[in-house]
Design a protein around this ligand. Structure first.
Ligand SMILES: NC(=O)c1ccc[n+]([C@@H]2O[C@H](COP(=O)([O-])OP(=O)(O)OC[C@H]3O[C@@H](n4cnc5c(N)ncnc54)[C@H](O)[C@@H]3O)[C@@H](O)[C@H]2O)c1
Ligand SMILES: O=C(O)[C@H](O)COP(=O)(O)O
Length: 525
C-alpha cells in the first residue's frame, strides 16, 4: 500500500480521500527540515502547501518518493529540477483556489480605496475620525494587471463588473484572450504610467523577480495603490516603503512577502500599508477544493499511474493509464534492448508507432522508450526524468505516428543513431497485453524480452545450435526460451535465449569462441 505524508495544514478531506483510495496517510505538520529529513524516506508521496520547503536535501533523503502534490498553485517552495532528476512527479492544483485569491485581491483593493483596516482600528479605539478617512471610488479608475493568467483573468472580470478600466501587461497574453477578457493589452511602461491601482498575478521567476523595482515604482502614477497577492519577491519592499513614506504611492496591500513567515518586516507600521499573512487561498471553499484535488491526483498516480496537472511530465488520465500500460511496457523493453545493444554515444532516437499504438497519447510511450534506453546510464531513471536526461545529453528525440496498416495490429519501432549508424528494433503486443519483440536490426525474430537473456549473432550454419546447446549444458545453464531469426539462409543469424542466470564474462568468451559467432552479449530486462 503506498504511503503519503501530509506535511502542511490541509483540509481533512485530503486524508479521507487518500484512505478511501487505498493510500496510507500520515498527517504530521510543523516539522523542521531536519525532522522531515528523518522521516521522509518512509513515504511514496508528499502532500504540501506553501510552508514545507522541498529542497535537494529533503529529496536526497526521500528514497521512496514518487510524487509531490501541492494543494495550491505556487510551486516555488519545491526544487522541481531536483525532483525531476530524481524521477519524482510534481503536481499542483492550478484552479482550486483561483477565485478565492482573486477575491482577496479585490478585497484588498477596496480596503486600500477606503482605508478600511485603519478606519476599523481607529473607530474601535474610540476615535471618531470621520474626516480623516477620505477614500476614492473604484468606478472609472484604471486597474493595471501584471500577469493575466487564471487569477489575473478573474480579477479582470470582477474589476470590469465594478466599472473599472482594465489594462494588462503579460507577454504571453494573446490579443484574442485580451479581447475575450475585455482588457487592453499594454507594455509595462504604459501600465506603470497609467494605472491608478496595480495588482500582481505572476509567478516568481527570473523574469518577474523585482518587477516592481525602485526604478519601476518611480515610473508609476502619483497616488498609485499597489496590491500583491501573488508572490513575495515581485516588489522591492524597501522601495515600496520609501514610496509610501514620500506619498508618491497612496497605499499598498501585501499578502505575500520576500521572506515568509513575515513576523517582522520594515513595511509594518508604514502609513497606508495593509498586510495579510498569505491568506489569498484561505477560504473554506478553496481549501476543500485543493485538498480533494491533490489527494485525488496523487492517489491516481500512486495507485493506477494516472498523471494530472504535473509540472514535470505530460498528463495521462486515470482512464488512459491502464490502456497505455502494456504499450509502455513494450516501449520500455524496446528502449532497453536497443540501449543495451547500441554502441557509442547516442545521437538521436526515433520512436515510430503504427496501428493501435499510433492512436494513443505518444508522450508516455516516448517517456517509456527513453526510460528503457537511458537505464544503462542511470539506475534511477524513470519516465519522469528520462526526457530531462535525454535533453541534458543532447539526444534528438523524434516521434513518428504512421497512419498505415502493417502486418501487426499494433507496432512500436525504436531506431537509435550512433557512430555505428542506425540500429532499429520493433515490437508488438500479443493478445493486446504481452510485449513481444518482432524485429531486431532488420532481422525478423519473435521473442519475449524477460529476465536474463543471451544474445548471439552468428553465421547461419548447420550444427551451430547443437554446439551452443551443448556448451550451455556443460556450463550448467538452463535455457528457458529460444528464439532464432536470420537474414537469409546461410546469412547472418540472431539468437535470443532466456536463461536462468546472468551470462558472465567466462561464458560469453566461450560462446564467442564457437565457430561462426560474431557477437555474444548478456542482456537483462
Ligand atoms: N496569495 C496566495 O495565497 C496565492 C494563491 C494562489 C496563487 N497565488 C499566486 O498567484 C500567482 C498567479 O497564479 P495564477 O494561477 O494566475 O497563475 P497563471 O500561471 O495562471 O498566470 C500567471 C500569468 O503570469 C504571466 N507571466 C509570466 N511571466 C510574466 C512576466 N514576466 N510578466 C508579466 N506576466 C507574466 C503568465 O503569462 C500567466 O498568464 C502565482 O504566483 C501563484 O503562486 C497566490
Ligand atoms: O500558490 C498558492 O496556491 C498560494 O500561495 C496558497 O498558498 P497556501 O496553500 O500556503 O495558502
Amino acid at each position: 500500500m503506498p504511503k503519503v505524508l501530509i506535511s502542511d495544514k490541509m483540509d481533512p478531506k485530503a486524508a479521507e480521500i487518500f484512505r478511501a483510495r487505498g493510500v496510507e496517510v500520515d498527517e504530521i505538520t510543523g516539522k523542521t527540515p531536519e525532522e522531515l529529513k528523518a522521516i521522509i524516506g518512509e513515504y511514496d508521496g508528499l502532500a504540501i502547501r506553501s510552508s514545507t520547503r522541498v529542497t535537494q536535501e529533503i529529496l536526497d533523503a526521500a528514497t521512496n518518493m514518487k510524487v509531490i502534490g501541492r494543494a495550491g498553485i505556487g510551486v516555488d517552495n519545491i526544487d522541481i529540477p531536483a525532483a525531476s532528476a530524481k524521477g519524482v512527479v510534481v503536481m499542483n492544483t492550478p484552479f482550486g483556489n483561483s477565485i478565492t485569491t482573486a477575491e482577496h485581491a479585490i478585497a484588498l483593493m477596496f480596503a486600500l480605496a477606503r482605508q478600511l483596516p485603519q478606519a476599523d482600528a481607529s473607530t474601535q479605539a474610540g476615535k471618531w475620525e470621520k474626516s480623516k478617512f477620505m477614500g476614492v471610488e473604484l468606478t472609472a479608475k484604471t486597474l493595471g494587471l501584471i500577469g493575466a493568467g487564471n487569477i489575473g483573468g478573474i480579477v479582470a472580470e470582477r474589476a470590469l463588473g465594478l466599472r473599472m478600466k482594465v489594462i494588462a501587461y503579460d507577454p504571453f497574453l494573446t490579443e484574442e484572450r485580451a479581447i475575450e477578457l475585455g482588457v487592453e493589452k499594454v507594455n509595462l511602461e504604459t501600465l506603470l504610467a497609467r494605472a491608478d491601482f496595480i495588482t500582481l498575478h505572476t509567478p516568481l521567476t527570473d523574469q518577474t523577480r523585482n518587477i516592481l523595482s525602485a526604478e519601476n515604482l518611480a515610473k508609476t502614477k502619483k497616488g498609485v495603490r499597489i496590491i500583491n497577492c501573488a508572490r513575495g519577491g515581485l516588489i522591492d519592499e524597501a522601495a515600496l516603503k520609501q514610496g509610501l513614506e514620500s506619498g508618491h504611492i497612496a497605499g499598498a496591500a501585501l499578502d505575500v512577502y520576500a521572506t515568509e513567515p513575515a513576523k517582522e518586516n520594515a513595511l509594518f507600521g508604514t502609513p497606508n500599508f495593509i498586510s495579510t499573512p498569505h491568506l489569498g487561498a484561505s477560504t473554506t471553499e478553496a481549501q476543500v477544493n485543493v485538498a480533494i484535488q491533490v489527494a485525488e491526483q496523487m492517489s491516481d498516480y500512486l495507485v493506477s499511474g494516472g498523471v494530472t496537472n504535473a509540472l514535470n511530465m505530460p498528463s495521462l488520465s486515470a482512464e488512459e493509464a491502464p490502456r497505455l500500460k502494456p504499450y509502455m511496457a513494450l516501449a520500455e523493453k524496446l528502449g532497453s534492448l536497443v540501449g543495451q545493444l547500441a554502441h557509442g554515444p547516442l545521437k538521436s532516437v526515433a520512436i515510430e508507432t503504427e496501428g493501435a499504438a499510433a492512436e494513443l497519447n505518444q508522450k508516455p510511450i516516448t517517456g517509456a522508450v527513453l526510460a528503457g534506453l537511458m537505464r544503462s546510464y542511470s539506475d534511477t531513471v524513470n519516465m519522469v526524468n528520462a526526457p530531462f536526461l535525454a535533453k541534458e545529453r543532447g539526444l534528438d528525440v523524434r516521434e513518428v505516428r504512421h497512419d498505415r496498416e502493417g502486418d501487426y495490429h499494433t507496432m512500436i519501432r525504436v531506431t537509435v543513431n550512433t557512430d555505428e549508424g542506425d540500429r532499429s528494433v520493433a515490437g508488438t503486443l500479443f493478445s493486446d497485453a504481452a510485449p513481444r519483440l518482432i524485429e531486431l536490426f532488420g532481422i525478423k525474430v519473435e521473442a519475449d524480452l524477460v529476465g536474463h537473456m543471451l544474445y548471439v549473432v552468428n553465421e547461419d550454419r548447420p550444427g551451430f545450435i547443437g554446439s551452443l546447446g551443448s556448451l550451455l549444458g556443460e556450463e550448467g545453464i538452463n535455457i528457458g526460451t529460444f528464439h532464432l531469426g536470420r537474414r537469409a539462409a546461410g546469412g547472418e543469424a540472431v539468437l535470443l535465449l532466456s536463461i536462468d542466470d546472468n551470462a558472465g564474462p567466462d561464458l560469453l568468451n566461450k560462446v564467442k569462441a564457437l565457430p561462426g559467432v560474431k557477437t555474444a552479449m548478456a542482456l537483462a530486462f
